[in-house]
Design a protein around this ligand. Structure first.
Ligand code: HEC
Length: 429
């Protein structure tokens, strides 16, 4: 699974890999360190020679001029970074640090795709709505994906992601009949194809403790009463709603709930809906919603690839399942089925609630500050240990923009006994 979607849980010295779960890395810090290391290697002859020897030993990249590659890379990255830093300096709002396991993928993606490369400060915004890397299981079968249920067809979704992480494209061709780019479409399609078979993880009783079946059954009644109308139950093996008699994979209809009714931090959906960019430098409109610009570029690139051959068209259909290409910007969040949810703390789209136990408390009783980055799991609360500070921790402060832990007050007036029974049932999903 890709970098942002491989989770891990530690328990009493045992490590559990969660394929398609939420990664716990701080990608901003990682990229910063990586750039620093590359800079050091580029500017130090001895380091560069050592690096070249190691590359040669792998048999890769023989014959390339490493010094020239470094020069190009550093020029591009250095200039983009300098531009983004200057744009941030000219902005009134401070970004909200994402910390471990989160990223403001939309704001950052647009900054990297349509602000830095165009040297267009008007297209820059500070990143203030970091979201948790979502779990990927079952997502190929969702009728819409992203927390605000914004994208319908898998291929353009993956293309826009590639562009948002600086996939190579000649921006000046976006509004021409054919877009010139160097995205590796085969890999983009193969990555998504692999997700079709990804199943949600099963609570490992041998490691995390036996499920108390009687208690979980009691929890199931509570779930049926309080949760199932929004979080439908699906069969984790067929990725289909449990009442679908054929068991065939089809769309899982993901219901959405408007921001006011759900009450969680509204920024992710709001910034997605509001953000505008100007593309006049590349022959585009003077103002267009950023998601519409993404829809246009990703749709065109996808179509170009599909039109190249019947084989491509067939492969696209293996991941698109007949869904049309469409982006939208609802002021709402979606409620996904909760199978595998036990492995994806912290909870809510912005990772603002450290455990399932806390999610089932009234918002006023949830932690206002907690510490992210410890992988040690707590099977009682179903979350990571996060109460005390430790070296290198990310201090999650719910008062920062994008970090609110309010809302989603369902099942929050249960007795403690019932709360634990409901958690026991959630562990079985
Ligand atoms: C009215 C619809 C609704 C009801 C009822 C509801 N939820 Fe939710 N739930 C949502 C929505 C919408 C979200 C996404 C909110 C967000 O991420 O900001 C969500 C998110 C969650 C999440 C976090 C998922 C994640 O990605 O981290 C969990 C866990 C959850 N719900 C559990 C429950 C449980 C347990 C119940 C029953 C006690 C319940 N929900 C009742 C709509 C609902």
């Amino acid at each position: 699974m890709p970098a942002c979607h491989t989770g891990q849980i530690n328990y009493h010295g045992q490590q559990i890999r969660i394929e398609g779960g939420a990664a716990r890395h701080d990608i901003e810090a990682f990229q910063h360190e990586l750039s620093k290391a590359l800079m050091a290697t580029a500017t130090d002859d001895a380091k560069r020679a050592r690096f070249a020897r190691r590359i040669a030993a792998t048999g890769a990249a023989t014959g390339v001029d490493l010094a020239e590659r470094f020069r190009c890379y550093l020029k591009a990255v250095g200039e983009d970074q300098a531009f983004l830093q200057a744009a941030q300096a000219g902005s009134a709002e401070a970004p909200t640090p994402a910390g471990f396991g989160r990223l403001d993928a939309h704001e950052r993606g647009v900054n990297l795709f349509l602000s830095a490369p165009l040297r267009e400060p008007k297209n820059y915004v500070p990143e203030t709505a970091p979201v948790s890397f979502p779990a990927l299981w079952d997502t190929p079968y969702f009728d819409w994906v992203l927390y605000n249920a914004a994208i319908r067809q898998p291929l353009p979704r993956n293309v826009i992601e590639a562009l948002g992480v600086q996939g190579p494209i000649r921006h000046e061709t976006i509004f021409e009949p054919r877009i010139a780019h160097n995205l590796d479409m085969d890999k983009i399609v193969a990555g998504q194809r692999a997700l079709n078979d990804l199943k949600s993880p099963v609570w490992p009783e041998a490691i995390l403790g036996l499920i108390d079946v009687a208690k979980a059954n009691r929890g199931k009644d509570l779930y049926d009463r309080l949760c199932v109308r929004c979080h439908q139950l699906i069969d984790r093996l067929s990725h289909a709603p449990r009442d679908r008699s054929s068991g065939a994979a089809g769309d899982i209809i993901i219901p959405t709930f408007d921001l006011q009714s759900i009450g969680t931090d509204p920024r992710q959906a709001q910034t997605f809906e509001r953000r505008k960019v100007t593309l006049s430098k590349i022959g585009g409109p003077a103002e267009i919603a950023s998601y519409r610009a993404g829809e246009l570029a990703a749709g065109k690139i996808s179509k170009q690839w599909i039109d190249e051959s019947p084989a491509n068209a067939r492969r696209a259909e293996e991941i698109n399942f007949g869904r049309p290409h469409e982006f939208r910007a609802l002021l709402a969040y979606r409620a996904r089925p909760l199978n595998g949810i036990w492995a994806t703390a912290p909870f809510l789209h912005n990772g603002s609630v450290p455990s399932l136990y806390q999610l089932l408390l009234p918002a006023s009783q949830r932690s206002k500050v907690f510490y992210v980055g410890n992988w040690e799991f707590n099977p009682e609360t179903v979350g990571f240990e996060s109460d005390s500070p430790f070296e290198g921790a990310y201090k999650y402060d719910v008062s920062l923009p994008g970090n609110s832990n309010a809302g989603h007050e369902y099942g929050t007036d249960l007795s403690d006994d019932d709360r634990k029974a409901l958690i026991e049932f959630l562990k079985t999903l």
